[in-house]
Structures are given as C-alpha cells and as structure tokens.
Design a protein around this ligand. Structure first.
Ligand SMILES: Cc1cc2nc3c(=O)[nH]c(=O)nc-3n(C[C@H](O)[C@H](O)[C@H](O)COP(=O)(O)OP(=O)(O)OC[C@H]3O[C@@H](n4cnc5c(N)ncnc54)[C@H](O)[C@@H]3O)c2cc1C
Length: 420
C-alpha cells in the first residue's frame, strides 16, 4: 500500500495524541507515517537534562488512573515515582497538611481537624469524590455542566476552601485560577486523582513519549518535517516536497490544526504558565507532597521538592525544587527570580540563599482554553473525507485527553477501513 511518498495513514504531529494514534494503528497492522515539525517527539511533554538535573518543561505529573495511559503505557518500565497523596497548604503563615484520608487513614483525624475548610467542606470533598467516581467516563462527560466555580458553590463548599484549596489546585491543573473551566473537567480530574497515584517517571516525563515511539515500527517517524498545507490527500511540506495519505490525521495543537485545515473556528486561546527550577543542597526533610499557595496571593502557585519524589531528578548531593507561578501573576522575566526567592525565603527561611536558579520555562501556549462544549468532539473532520483530527483541544487539556483522542482517531480509521 505504500511507495516512497504514499502511505495508508499520515499523522501530522508527534505529541501524545499523534503517537497514541500511531501506536493503536500499528497494533491493528495499519501502516502509518508520523510527521513531527521539531527535532523530538512528545510535543508539550518534554524533559531536558541540565548539569545532572532532569527538568520537565513545565511541572507535569502523570495520574496513573488515566485509562488511556493504562491501555498504552507499561508503568513498570517507566519506573514511576509517586507523590504522597494530599497537599501542603500555606495558611496563616504556616504549612498545613491536607492529607488524603482515603489513602492515608492515619491522617484522617489531623485532616478533619486542619484549619483549611470546615468539617462540612471535608464531608463535601468525600461526596464529590464519590460522585465523580460513579459511572463511566463518557457518562461523566455528558453530565450537565457549568463553570467549576459555580459548581463548587452549588455543591455547598465554603469560600475559604474554594479560594485556598480549589483555586490553586484546579488552577495548577488547568493553568487557570478563575475556575471558569467546565465542571465536567473538574469531575474528570477529581476522579483521576481519586482512582490512582500521582507519579513521574524516574527519567522525566519525556520517558512517556519515548516509550510510545518504541512501540512503533522503525522508520515510522520523520522528525523536523513540518506540514504546511493540505490539498485533498496531499500534504505539502516546508522542505518543498509532498506526500499523500489515504487517511490523514491532524494531531497538532489547536492553532496549527486551524491553519492546516483553514478553519479558524478550531483555534483556541491559551493558558500560560512559568516553572522555575532551583538547585539546593540536599534537603533534610523528605516531603513528597505538592505544596499549594493556600491563602497567599503572591507569585507562587505550587512548589515541590521534586527530587524527594524521584531522586533520579538530581545529582546525589543535591535537591531539585520546582516552583510554578500563578497564571494570573506572571511577572516580567527580570523580576521573576527575585520575587520567587523572596516568597521562598518567607516559606523556608535563610537556607533559600543557597538555592541557585537552574532554568526558567516560560510557556505561553500551555493548555488550550476550552469552552464548556468541547469535551469529546468527533475525530472526523466535517465535510472532509478521510481526514481526522485529534489532540487535547478535542477533549480535556491533559495527557489523558491527548492520548484518548489519538486512540479515538485511530479507531475511526480502523472501522472505516473495515467497511470499505
Ligand atoms: C506546563 C504544562 C503542564 C502540564 N501538566 C499536565 C499534568 O500535570 N497532567 C496532565 O495530564 N497534563 C498536563 N499537561 C497537558 C499535556 O501535556 C497536554 O495536554 C498534552 O501533552 C497535549 O498533547 P497533544 O499531542 O494534544 O499536543 P502537543 O503536545 O502540543 O503536540 C502537538 C505536536 O504537533 C507538532 N506540530 C505542530 N504543527 C506541526 C506541523 N505543521 N507539522 C508537523 N508537526 C507539527 C508539534 O511540534 C507537537 O510536537 C501540561 C501541559 C503543560 C504545557
């Protein structure tokens, strides 16, 4: 079915959506060529190694409950390292632990008594957890929806827990503290946090796309190959050549998909983020929690001693600290480090003077802002025969959203082939 420039399927974009689509097609024996514009696969899931530290390009975690990850990834080979469930919150100038009493019953009492939120709030968290774990994911995605802020208020949560826990927590997940994201996405995230662990691979998040590539026949991926235009089943490339596919999958981020398909309606606005990494002398405390800003409203949204979770992220005598900034409070480049250091010194004292900035990742195109209607859009492009679209903008802006949408595009092609 293939010649030098003709393929059964051509996938444009080597992020998690495109790779998942390619893996599913390979499993079904369908020959596919994947084109990736940059010099590596993974898209927004990228890791760099700098002076012996592993730095993910923006703080990211894998929720092991993600169904598509369970389906496509070998967790054992990823050597996953786990965060402690729950979080440390800043409250009244101190850290308070909000543990997950379902997974750590020994901390049930201290969590019930913690000053974050009322007893009613803690009961409601239990109710939210039970509600989000009921039914299938497609059922969850079809529930009535409103903004997360309205949903939490209607659920009965106090302003305190909304502002001190949900805003930085959900804000950190969707890079948007306004809580305007759909309640379906809140339910999805809560379900994922409840149904598995919070993990990072020992070799960095980029181990995830690397593992997907290993499942593909060799020669399936062309790096530094950018698609610039579609003409029916022909794809024109930036290097002046072209290739054709019986089926074409657009697995780029939303704005590139809009350009390729000449459909501006696919374009999205974006939530941005900034992550800074600091090298520190080896920390004595072994906290493996996520730290949330709690009642503080300065620049930091979340922080973590990431080498406490995965010691492989730092050389043996060092610790690696990851700090992400509140999306609405992105300072200018020049002042970022000093503002962050001031706040870290308030939190951890003079030891912060010894911490050295390793790298700052400013990520303007972090996550697509999706309107309330977006979840689970069809992978088939209206009016265009044999053209499919996938990516996190079609579903939830997450690893699961990207991988599941890639799988769904592959399934659509497999069933189309079966009927023709
Ligand atoms: C800072 C940050 C933190 C995150 N944290 C989490 C988290 O903790 N948990 C979670 O589940 N999710 C998280 N996410 C979201 C998750 O990483 C993304 O939703 C997912 O990786 C998107 O994958 P994708 O394949 O849809 O898109 P992308 O990763 O954007 O992939 C698109 C690919 O298409 C390529 N491309 C574009 N145009 C062309 C072209 N013309 N020709 C060829 N190739 C092209 C691009 O180079 C890119 O490789 C985070 C994202 C960011 C940025």
């Amino acid at each position: 079915m293939s010649s030098d420039n003709h393929y059964e399927v051509v996938i444009i974009g080597g992020g998690l959506a495109g790779l998942s689509c390619a893996v599913r097609l390979a499993e079904a024996g369908v020959q596919a060529k994947l084109l990736e514009a940059t010099d590596r696969v993974g898209g927004r899931v990228r890791s760099d190694v700098v002076n012996g530290f592993t730095l993910d390009a923006g703080f990211q975690v894998l929720l092991t409950g993600y169904p598509s990850c369970q389906r496509l990834l070998d967790y054992t080979k990823l050597h996953l390292r786990y965060f402690e469930p729950g979080a440390m919150l800043r409250h009244g100038g101190h850290f308070t632990e909000l543990a997950d009493p379902w997974r750590n019953p020994a901390k049930a009492w201290s969590t019930a008594m913690s000053p974050i939120g009322s007893l009613k709030d803690k009961f409601l968290i239990w109710r939210l957890r039970s509600k989000t774990c009921r039914g299938t994911l497609p059922e969850l995605y079809s529930r009535p929806q409103k903004t997360t802020e309205q949903y939490l208020r209607d659920f009965g949560f106090s302003e305190q827990i909304i502002n001190q826990f949900f805003r930085p927590f959900i804000g950190g997940v969707f890079l948007d503290e306004s809580l305007s994201v759909s309640s379906r996405m809140l339910e999805f995230v809560f379900r994922m946090f409840s149904s598995g662990g919070i993990a990072i691979p020992a070799d960095g998040m980029a181990a995830i796309p690397r593992q997907l590539v290993e499942k593909l026949p060799s020669g399936s991926v062309n790096l530094q190959t950018s698609a610039v235009k579609l003409e029916g089943n022909r794809i024109l490339l930036a290097n002046g050549t072209s290739l054709t596919g019986e089926h074409i999958v657009i697995a780029t981020e939303s704005n590139a998909a809009a350009r390729l398909l000449e459909r501006p309606q696919i374009q999205t606005d974006w939530n941005q983020t900034t992550t800074l990494y600091y090298s520190a002398p080896k920390c004595k405390e072994g906290y493996k929690n996520l730290i949330l800003r709690g009642d503080e409203t300065k620049v930091i949204q979340t922080a973590t001693v990431i080498s406490n979770v995965a010691k492989e992220y730092a050389p043996p005598e060092k610790s690696l600290i990851s700090v992400s900034l509140a999306p609405e409070k992105q300072p200018t480049c020049d002042e970022t480090n000093s503002l962050v250091k001031q706040q870290l010194t308030d939190w951890f004292g003079d030891q912060v003077n010894q911490w050295e900035l390793i790298q700052t990742y400013q990520i303007p195109f972090g996550l697509p802002k999706l309107d309330l209607a977006s979840i689970l859009r069809s992978p088939e492009v209206d009016d265009l025969k044999s053209t499919y679209i996938c990516g996190d903008h079609l579903q939830t802006p997450s690893i699961e959203g990207a991988m599941d949408s890639g799988l769904r595009a592959a399934e659509a092609i497999i069933s189309r082939r079966a009927t023709t």
